[in-house]
Ligand binder design. Structure first.
Ligand code: ADP
Ligand code: MG
Length: 226
């Protein structure tokens, strides 16, 4: 039954481990959590499982055990294959820690990509709108490779926002940004978190933001820490 999830995203007993030559590492250790709409922060040291948590919610990584319910459907059970692809394209805006923007692509197309993949014809205005929000409109005609890492980070956030997602997942989104860009991003996502679900993962709690919940991760375990 998926109705037991009273939020935008719920995890129940989620477990994920990676095995390698040097042994197994537990990335998520029996994580159960309900995310309502709002702005949440997940804080933890490197290797604590933050990126794995976001990938699991984004439907990119399948856990070994447990249930992941996103937007009313249990991923990998009620929603797999095309449904997962559509979820990732229309419902979840995910900015991975390692940005995957094709270097030769025009910035405009890189931001529009989820809309292009979805066959949305009328995308130019929407792209300009999100580019304006994030202050990257002057880069729209450039190639991704011509941008700095921080500028690419803004473009990746614009791409996540272009679909007007219900759920926005940001993995260390501020790591390459200057102070002004950081403030811009935090303003945009604070506004967004009023109606949607936003989860930011980082190694330190982001200052100056009024979060609806702050979770701490350590060794794959997630706990509320405020
Ligand atoms: P964080 O984002 O908090 O740094 P991660 O979720 O990236 O943590 O990693 C959690 C644990 O899982 C770490 O021990 C990491 O080495 C391991 N891990 C993550 N992704 C992989 C992978 N693709 N292959 C093998 N081990 C991985
Ligand atoms: Mg990480």
């Amino acid at each position: 039954m998926t109705s037991s999830c009273g939020g935008y995203a719920c995890l129940e007993g989620v477990y994920k481990e990676y095995s390698s030559r040097v042994g197994a590492s537990i990335a998520l250790d029996n994580v159960s959590v309900v995310f309502q709409t709002g702005l949440y922060m997940v804080v933890g040291p490197n290797g604590s499982g933050k990126s794995t948590l976001l990938r699991v919610i984004a439907g990119v990584t399948r856990p070994d055990r447990g249930r992941v319910i996103v937007d009313g459907r249990e991923l990998w059970v009620d929603c797999s294959g095309d449904c997962l692809a559509l979820l990732r394209r229309r419902v979840v805006g995910y900015v991975p820690q390692t940005l995957l923007l094709p270097a030769a692509m025009r910035v405009m197309d890189a931001i529009a990509l989820p809309l292009l993949l979805d066959g949305v014809g009328d995308w130019a205005d929407r792209v300009e709108e999100v580019a304006g929000l994030l202050g990257v409109e002057r880069f729209l005609g450039k190639r991704v490779r011509e941008l700095s890492v921080g500028q690419r980070q803004l473009v990746a956030i614009a791409r996540a926002l272009v679909i007007n997602p219900k759920i926005l997942l940001l993995d260390e989104p501020l790591s390459h940004l200057d102070k002004d860009a950081m403030e811009t991003v935090l303003d945009v996502i604070t506004g967004f978190g009023k109606e949607k679900l936003v989860i930011i993962a980082d190694t330190e709690k982001v200052k100056g933001v009024d979060f609806d919940g702050v979770y701490c991760m350590a060794k794959g375990r997630l706990k509320q820490c405020n």
